[in-house]
Write a protein that binds this ligand. Structure first.
Ligand SMILES: Cc1cc2nc3c(=O)[nH]c(=O)nc-3n(C[C@H](O)[C@H](O)[C@H](O)COP(=O)(O)OP(=O)(O)OC[C@H]3O[C@@H](n4cnc5c(N)ncnc54)[C@H](O)[C@@H]3O)c2cc1C
Length: 409
C-alpha cells in the first residue's frame, strides 16, 4: 500500500520500484506471505497512472521468454499481464544478403509459445497496482535512498523526499535501482564496463501484413535488427523494432525523415511482412555491458540492471533478472525455514551459487553474439553461416539453442 512515511525497521527493503524491483517485491510478498515479512519499496519516481499509460502506437516493449512467463505465473503478476501479452510462435533468424536462415517454432518445441512480448507500460502499471493494493508491502514513492551504512546485522539507510527524511534499518537491502545506481557507488561496489560503441535504435512500425506471431532476428550490414510481434494498434499491424547500430550510423538514422527511415528499414529488413506503412517515434539507447563485481554483500543483494546491464541483441536482460529474482526468493524462503534472517550471508551466498552459472552463460552468450553479428569480417560471416546452417541441420542443437533462448535451458 502507498505510505507517506516508512516504519523504522523492515525485513526487506527494495531500492527502485522499476520492472525488476517491483516484480521482486510482489513475488517475495506473495510467495512468503506466511512469514509475515515487513517489506518496503522506495521508488524515486511518481507511479505511472492509468491516464498516462494510454495505449499509444509508440509504447516500448520487452520480450519475455517462456521461462519468465512461468516465473511470473507463480505470483499474481501474469494473471493481469498475460492477457495483454503477444505470443511469439516462431523465431526466424537470418543474415541479410547471405544464405543461411533458421526457424524455431513453438509447435516443434511443443509449447503454446516461445515467448511473449509485453508493453512496458502494461507491466509497470500492473506492478504499480499490485504494490499499491498489497497490505504486505509499504510502497513509498517520490523518495530516494541517499546513503547506506552496513550494520552488524543488516543495513541502515537514509531516505529523503521533498518534504522529509528518515533513518530506517533493514535485514536485507535489495538494490534494483537500475544501471546508474548511486547507491551502488555510495557503497563502493565497483561495476566493470565494456562499451560496445553501439546504440539501440528503438521504434514501433506498422507493416502491410499481420505478423502472425513471428519474431525476426536479422543480421544486417549495420548490426542486428530485431522485429518483434506486438498487439495490433487500432487497425495497424504493429511490430517493435530494436536495431543495434554503431554510433556513427545511429546519428545518421536519427537524422532521417519519415520517408527515408521507412526506406532504410525496408531495405534492411526486406519484405517478409510486406511494405512498412508507418514508422513511429525513434528512441536511442547507448549500449554497453556492465557487471557489478560484487553481486551480494552481507545484508545487500543486487538485481536487474544494477547487477548486470546487457546488450539487447538476445533480449535477455529482464529474463535473467527474473530468474535471479526467483532464485533469491527461494533462498530467502529456505533461509527463513532454517531460522536465518533474510540478509544473512549464507542465504545470499546460496542465492549466488544458484545463479552464478546462469550469469556467466548469459553474459558470455550475449557478448559473443554482439561480436559475431556486428561484423562483416569474412571469418565472422562464415561462422554465422555455419552456425545458422548447423541449427537447421541438427535438431538437437536447435532444441538446445531454443531452450536457452526461451529461458528453459
Ligand atoms: C533497447 C532495449 C531493449 C531491451 N529488450 C529486452 C527484451 O526484449 N527482453 C529482456 O529480457 N530485456 C530487454 N532489455 C533489458 C531490460 O530493459 C532491463 O533488463 C530492465 O529494464 C531492467 O530494469 P530495472 O528495474 O533493473 O532498472 P530500471 O528500469 O532502470 O529501474 C530502476 C528504478 O529505480 C529507481 N531508482 C533509481 N535510483 C533510486 C534511488 N536512489 N532511490 C529510489 N529509487 C531509485 C528509478 O526511478 C527506476 O524506477 C532491453 C534493454 C534495452 C536498452
Amino acid at each position: 500500500m502507498i505510505i507517506k512515511s516508512p516504519q523504522n525497521n523492515y525485513d526487506i527493503t527494495i531500492v527502485g520500484g522499476g520492472m525488476v524491483g517491483a516484480s521482486f517485491a510482489v513475488t517475495v510478498s506473495e510467495t512468503l506471505k506466511d512469514s509475515s515479512l515487513k517489506i518496503l519499496v522506495v521508488e524515486a519516481a511518481v507511479p505511472l497512472s492509468i491516464d498516462q499509460s494510454g495505449s499509444g502506437f509508440d509504447s516500448r516493449s520487452t520480450a519475455l521468454s517462456f521461462g519468465s512467463k512461468q516465473i511470473l505465473s507463480e505470483s499474481s503478476i501474469w494473471l493481469e499481464i498475460g492477457e495483454k501479452a503477444e505470443p511469439i510462435r516462431e523465431i526466424i533468424v537470418s543474415d541479410k544478403g547471405r544464405f543461411g536462415t533458421t526457424r524455431i517454432s513453438s509447435k516443434e518445441q511443443n509449447l503454446e509459445a516461445l515467448g511473449f512480448v509485453v508493453e512496458n507500460k502494461d507491466l509497470v502499471l500492473t506492478l504499480n497496482n499490485r504494490l499499491s493494493a498489497s497490505h504486505l508491502i509499504d510502497y513509498l514513492t517520490q523518495a530516494k535512498i541517499t546513503s547506506v551504512t552496513p550494520r552488524a546485522s543488516g543495513v541502515s539507510f537514509e531516505i529523503s523526499s521533498d518534504e522529509s527524511s528518515w533513518s530506517v534499518s533493514s535485514a536485507l537491502l535489495v538494490l534494483a535501482d537500475g544501471g546508474r545506481s548511486s547507491v551502488c557507488e555510495n557503497l563502493g561496489i565497483v561495476r566493470s564496463h565494456q562499451d560496445y560503441n553501439q546504440h539501440a535504435i528503438v521504434t514501433n512500425v506498422a507493416f502491410e501484413k499481420a505478423h502472425a506471431g513471428k519474431a525476426f532476428e536479422r543480421f544486417t550490414d549495420t548490426g542486428p535488427l530485431a522485429v518483434l510481434p506486438l498487439r495490433k494498434f487500432k487497425d495497424e499491424n504493429r511490430c517493435s523494432v530494436v536495431w543495434s547500430v554503431n554510433s556513427y550510423e545511429s546519428d545518421h538514422i536519427l537524422g532521417l525523415n519519415q520517408e527515408a527511415m521507412q526506406k532504410t528499414l525496408q531495405d534492411s529488413f526486406g519484405h517478409r511482412l510486406g511494405k512498412i506503412v508507418k514508422v513511429g517515434k525513434l528512441d536511442c539507447f547507448p549500449l554497453r555491458l556492465s557487471v557489478a563485481r560484487e553481486q551480494v554483500r552481507p545484508g545487500i543483494a543486487l538485481l536487474g540492471n544494477v547487477a548486470h546491464t546487457l546488450h539487447p541483441v538476445a533480449g535477455q536482460g529482464m529474463n535473467l533478472a527474473l530468474r535471479d529474482m526467483e532464485a533469491l526468493v527461494r533462498s530467502i524462503g529456505e533461509g527463513l525455514q532454517e531460522g536465518s534472517n533474510c540478509g544473512e550471508m549464507r542465504v545470499l551466498q546460496r542465492y549466488l551459487e544458484k545463479q552464478i552459472d546462469d550469469h556467466y552463460q548469459i553474459i558470455t552468450l550475449t557478448d559473443k553474439l554482439v561480436s559475431l553479428f556486428s561484423s562483416n569480417a569474412p571469418t565472422k560471416v562464415m561462422a554465422r553461416k555455419f552456425g545458422l546452417l548447423s541449427l537447421e541441420l541438427f535438431p538437437s542443437l536447435k532444441k538446445t539453442f531454443a531452450m536457452k533462448a526461451m529461458g528453459l535451458g
